[in-house]
Design a protein around this ligand. Structure first.
Ligand code: ZN
Length: 595
């Protein structure tokens, strides 16, 4: 944090030698002024009052939420000439120099630029000398997670046996990178992100004290952009006050920050939901001409879709993208779309945003994404179509062209995105022009010739052969694949087959335990046996030899099953595709490959 302040000062210094940035001038100087971190301030004050100050503290939290400010206030409170006190006087030499960051006994170290073993060795030597004029020698190490492993090890030795006059205040944005040995020797305080309303209040006070006025929406837009960081919000305000003359309007904010106004965000969302692709693209052109940064706009859209998702799940949830007065508009938009659809939209925008950061073709990427968003229903419907469309060859020739039209061959890239999602539920029909798919079972399947079921007696001796025949009757690919991982079959009772799975195939066993799947397996076995057969699956010890009941050729069997699967057949028809390979679907697990 110290380094950020310094660079801010350098920039400001170029304009006016006397100017100090707002974030520094309005830095909190007392525990009571640490907005949003009252829980931390309370505990630290208590520690001082009761004389139970630990020798090491860790402050964690996002950037700009007041960790370094709190550390300095704590250092002043410990060392103030009137102290130790919960209200440092702020005027004694020590308070003044600590607040300025140049006290001899309060040593601020930026972990990012002093991360090596040498710096920590230096620190360890210095720790042993008594403070020159204060009660304590206070080390404030910012971004402490940046230290190297060797540096942490050296630091640990000091933390194990610290001299009584030394206090360590560590600050970090990434506590998970700090070794547990260090963590366990610190009192840890987690700083919260600061609520929008409290940032707005603070910005208002600063604006007034600087002799400016500002529209409430303008300050809200700044606070929203700062995302819970008080320092970021003040840096933005600084930038804007330099631009404004007397009063600050919300349009000024969007112009300077390159962000899109609320109307623009909502207008694009409307165009997307209503499938008005041409209108949406025109909006991009307009926005680019008015200087809106497309990456920023994409981020705003992502936050907006997040809010739509949130209001459709929990209506009272706090909005991050819009002021509360827009809630009715948002609720209206959210009720028109399924949560699944909104999630897909967020996915597309987030992917686009990541790609924009690494590309010089921001605009093209953003336009591609907007077109995809506008046509999302086409892709969402594909999933429904595959499961509910009537076979196109023999029974319903008239529906074929209509179904074909829904797939846009001009957007093959979108197919690689995970956009084929479960269809919107009946309660939330798709909003855009996408036609409603024909209802399930609307047309009857053509009568199919049912091949005769082979029959076979089931005995303890022939249970393996029996399963080979019975598995031919099982149309469940997942079941066939999973059962091929069993290593032994047993006819435990005249009507009970037990599949034994080796320990490493627990997931396959679990797959077969699905009641519907188990029922299908039993049906296949019963059909061949000519009587009711039950099936059970059991898990044994790990099998180092990896023995299987399935013989080579199971892949051919899978392929044969897949080629006959109605879903696969329809997908081939709709996409004009070939069956290239068949892979078994199994949950992610530690299983070895089945080949
Ligand atoms: Zn003082």
């Amino acid at each position: 944090m110290a380094s950020v302040d310094e660079s801010d000062d350098a920039t400001a210094g170029a304009a006016s030698a006397a100017y100090t940035v707002l974030a520094r001038r309005y830095r909190p100087q007392q525990f009571e002024e640490c907005i949003g971190q009252e829980h931390v301030a309370h505990s630290l004050r208590n520690a001082i009052e009761t004389g139970r100050v630990a020798h090491a503290y860790l402050f964690t939290g996002a950037r700009g939420v007041g960790k370094t400010s709190m550390a300095r206030i704590f250092a002043k409170a410990l060392n103030c000439q009137q102290g130790p006190t919960t209200h440092p006087c702020g005027v004694c030499d020590i308070c003044v120099s600590v607040a300025g960051g140049d006290d001899v006994d309060v040593i601020e170290i930026d972990g990012a630029s002093n991360r090596g073993i040498e710096e920590v060795r230096e620190l360890r030597q210095g720790v042993n000398y008594r403070p020159s004029r204060s009660r304590y020698k206070v080390y404030i190490i910012d971004e402490v997670h940046m230290l190297t492993r060797e540096a942490f090890n050296a630091l640990l030795k000091t933390l194990e046996e610290p001299p009584g006059h030394a206090k360590f205040l560590f600050a970090t944005t990434e506590p998970q990178k700090i070794p547990i040995t260090i963590l366990s020797r610190c009192q840890r305080f987690d700083f919260s992100g600061i609520e929008l309303g409290r940032i707005v209040d603070r910005l208002k006070a600063i604006t007034e004290s600087e002799g400016f006025s500002a529209e409430p929406e303008a300050l809200e837009a700044i606070a929203r952009r700062a995302g819970g960081s008080m320092r970021d919000s003040q840096s933005l305000l600084d930038q804007l006050l330099a631009f404004a003359s007397g009063s600050l309007g919300v349009d000024d904010v969007h112009r300077v920050l390159g962000s899109a106004g609320e109307e623009r965000v909502i207008a694009l969302a409307s165009a997307i939901f209503e499938g008005r692709t041409a209108d949406a693209l025109t909006q991009v052109t307009e926005a680019a001409e008015t200087g809106i940064q497309l990456g920023e706009w994409a981020e705003q859209m992502l936050a907006y879709f997040r809010d739509l998702m949130a209001v459709s799940i929990a209506p009272d949830v706090q909005l991050v993208s819009m002021p509360n007065r827009m809630r009715p508009t948002m609720t209206e938009q959210a009720t028109g779309a399924s949560v699944e659809k909104i999630l897909e939209m967020m996915d597309l925008v987030a992917t686009c945003r990541a790609r924009m950061k690494a590309s010089t073709h921001e605009r093209i990427l953003w336009e591609m994404t907007i077109v995809r968003l506008c046509r999302l229903d086409h892709f969402l419907n594909l999933g429904t179509m595959m499961t509910s469309a009537p076979p196109m060859v023999s029974s319903a020739p008239s529906s074929a062209p209509k179904a074909k039209k829904k797939v846009d061959p001009g957007e093959p890239a979108a197919m690689s995105q995970p956009v084929v999602a479960p269809a919107p539920s009946a309660g939330a029909p798709p909003m855009a022009r996408g036609q409603t798919p024909p209802p399930v079972g609307a047309s009857k399947s053509p009568p199919q010739e049912t091949p005769a079921v082979p029959s076979m007696e089931l005995t303890p001796e022939n249970v393996d052969q029996f399963w080979k025949v019975a598995s031919g009757q099982l149309k469940d690919i997942v079941a066939v694949t999973a059962l091929s991982n069993a290593n032994r079959l047993e006819l435990r009772e005249p009507e009970l087959i037990v599949f034994h799975f080796p320990g490493q195939f627990a997931a396959s066993k679990k797959n077969c335990e699905d009641p519907a799947r188990l029922a299908r397996i039993e049906t296949a076995c019963s059909a061949v046996a000519g009587k009711s057969v039950r099936v059970r699956v059991e898990l044994g010890a790990e099998d180092p030899n990896n023995t299987r009941i399935a013989k080579p050729g199971v892949y051919g069997k899978l392929r044969e099953l897949a080629a006959k699967d109605p879903l696969v057949v329809r997908a081939q028809e709709i996409l004009d595709a070939q069956l290239k390979s068949v892979e078994s679907i199994r949950p992610a697990s530690a299983e070895r490959p089945s080949d």
